[in-house]
Design a binder for this molecule. Structure first.
Ligand code: PLP
Length: 399
């Protein structure tokens, strides 16, 4: 059995042991319902309030602006559908990035069926949205611009502060899906006019099945879930207390350690990228070289695009957990990725990418071992999979 290394932190992160410890409280002694008036309820309410403060602190927000949800997907749904519903029966135009996560894309498609007009914002060859393009596409009926802070496949960081400012100048709300970015890059709601921001517990070393939506005070938003009025009527249902407390603890750790961790991960990422590009002649980095998440690497192998799954399985045999795209789309692994197509890759090349996402508990030894193993494994696949003698030149998208 080779030593195992987990390099799939964009799919999900392991729980930080400090988070596991924090989660014991609501699983045991602090079992009350935070809506109850007695001592047990008050204790639970205190734990809930603390978690809200911890998440708010990570974002430079006020605790009253944080609403807990059942996932990052639910937070994105609440933001987009909540703005649509709050707009009533009036015309509603929305702009969303072309390479958003399915949580946003499928929600936008649903809203289109409900009568919203949705435009996709193109991206360039690095996956970047151009803020000027946002400005050009805003119309009098535009109610929401939604652009993710960091892409889950290629890791590119979007210029969200510039886009948020542009949207605000035109009186349009701005939402960002920060599920991949939260806890990894600085996100300060007091510095940028972001109205809505979604995040998820299981991408920041917290539990699965819990997320949060930041809603700037005064932002019109209709709830999706009606009931007992929890979360100040925005999201009814008794709170998932161990999840919420775990998310709070994870946010507090991220706020304290983010800067050092990001610097270390960026160094590991760049070491890995440079070594792979040097040792594997047909390897290409996808996404922006520098404007990318710390720890996020997305590679394509010219002429071997269809073999990404085989490469993944061969690396799995060597003990490395990596991804061929996002975990959410693994069932569609043989279809070209809409993210890579939007970035200008052709349908053959958009089929294959290898995502390596490093995280808090990786070691430099694991990274060095990967740098040794990857060229060997990729070379074994090459004779079987080259579909052309020449490698196809890599084109940048003209967008
Ligand atoms: N948005 C992005 C960018 C993601 O990467 C993911 C999950 O991979 C989600 C939203 C969905 O989050 P969750 O898994 O908490 O529903």
């Amino acid at each position: 059995m080779p030593a195992r290394a987990y390099f799939d932190h964009s799919a999900t992160t392991p729980l930080d042991p400090r988070v596991v410890e924090a989660m014991q409280l609501p699983l045991g002694a602090c079992h009350g319902n935070p809506s109850s008036l007695h001592w047990a309820g008050r204790e639970a309410k205190a734990a809930l309030d603390r978690a809200r403060r911890q998440v708010a602190a990570l974002l430079g927000a006020q605790p009253e602006e944080i609403f807990f949800t059942g996932s990052g997907t639910e937070a994105v749904n609440l933001a987009m559908k909540g703005v649509f519903e709050a707009n009533g029966s009036g015309p509603c135009h929305m702009l969303i990035g072309a390479i958003e996560h399915q949580a946003s894309i499928a929600t936008a498609e649903y809203l289109q069926r409900r009568g919203a007009e949705v435009d996709r914002l193109p991206v360039d060859g690095d996956g970047l949205v151009d803020p000027d393009e946002v400005a050009r596409r805003i119309r009098p009926q535009t109610r929401l611009v939604s652009v993710m802070a960091a892409n889950n496949i290629v890791g590119t960081l979007q210029p969200i502060a510039a886009i948020a400012r542009l949207a605000h100048e035109r009186g349009v709300l701005f939402h960002t899906d920060a599920v991949q970015a939260a806890g990894k890059i600085p996100l300060d709601m007091s510095m940028a006019p972001i109205d809505l921001l979604s995040l998820s517990g299981h991408k920041i070393y917290g539990p699965k099945g819990v997320g949060a939506l930041y809603v700037r005070a005064g932002t019109p938003l209709e709830p999706l879930i009606h009931g007992g009025g929890q979360e100040r009527n925005v999201r009814s249902g008794t709170e998932n207390m161990s999840g919420v407390v775990g998310l709070g603890a994870a946010a507090e750790i991220a706020a304290a350690e983010r800067a050092d961790e990001a610097a270390w991960l960026t160094g590991c990422r760049d070491r890995l990228i440079d070594a792979v590009l040097e040792r594997i002649p047909n390897a290409r980095l996808l996404g922006h070289r520098w404007r990318r998440l710390p720890g996020h690497i997305c590679l394509m192998f010219d002429g071997q695009e269809g073999e990404a799954i085989h490469l993944l399985l061969a690396l799995d045999e060597e003990g490395f957990a990596v991804s061929s795209g996002s975990a959410c789309s693994s069932s569609h692994a043989s279809e070209p990725s809409y993210v890579l197509l939007a970035m200008g890759l052709d349908a053959v090349r958009a089929r294959g990418s290898l995502r390596i996402t490093l995280g808090r508990f990786n070691t430099e030894d694991e990274i060095e071992r990967f740098i040794d193993v990857l060229p060997r494994v990729a070379a074994k696949l090459r004779p079987l999979t080259l579909h052309s003698e020449k490698s196809i030149p890599f084109e940048r998208s003209p967008l």
